[in-house]
Ligand binder design. Sequence first.
Ligand code: ZN
Length: 77
Amino acid sequence: MGIFRLLTILLIIWLVYALYKRYIKNKSQTRSSKKAKNLEKVVKCEYCAMHIPEHEAIVDKGRYYCTEEHKRISKNK
Ligand SMILES: [Zn+2]
């Protein structure tokens, strides 16, 4: 009966370890997705005041525009 008890203990230890590993993984995943959200900066178009993600905006001398067209119109104003 000794070996059976030992195997049961080992199984419990393995289960706890597996659950702990999964918990750590979930925790780090939530943290990284949160970080990615913060990196997504929203900027305002100088011409029409529309809000757009920074990577989609057209930047000109520190000013943001939603389209190339608005950059041109705003300059000619
Ligand atoms: Zn615009």
